[in-house]
Design a protein around this ligand. Sequence first.
Ligand code: BEZ
Length: 224
Amino acid sequence: MAPTNAPPPRWNAALGVWDGDRAAGADFVPPDPLYIFGYGSLCYKRDELPSDEEFVGRVRGWRRLFAQSSTDHRGTPEKPGLVATLLSDAQLDALGLRAADEPPSACCGMCCRVPKDRVADVLDALDFREKGGYSRDVVDVERAAGGAGSVRALVYSATPENPNFVRPTSIDAAAATVAAAVGPSGPNPEYVFALERWLREVGEEDAHVFELAEAVRRIVDAEG
Ligand code: BEZ
């Protein structure tokens, strides 16, 4: 697919989405074949994407963080929820969110190859779905089970510059936001718990997700 010369994206503050209802970063060439790396709902809800190959993958130098306000999926403009984004170590360093002596980050997720005849409609649907402040990047994905052959995959990540980015303060503050939010895609806690469950099923650690899920569970249980 040829790159386009689309104008830079404009943020619609009232709706909390990119104008034109599209993810930002139109001027890029998607990998061919098209692999997509998902670190959120794609992990536990695979009917979201048609795929003819899928595997549990790992990207190095990136970290999953609940730092993206969701006004159109797991929350509303009045009561936004919080969903995961993927930040590079360079972004974390610039935000002061990574200690100088920390080893490089890594994030485990699902990597899916989109059948050739579905590439155009999948990209179109994802650009619309990820309109709430997401940008597109291409990353190297290793197979978590080991073995040769990484793939280049497209990833939608919410960058620190997007207006829906929420700089993480404490797990308790994040948990309170999640516990209170419901959006068109369902209750926000459901998203956190499903991701936690998937990580445990595939035997992968993500201390941030586990800690947040515990804190949300405490609030939800206390509310009865
Ligand atoms: C994600 O979970 O990150 C994701 C979900 C659907 C499509 C692409 C990515």
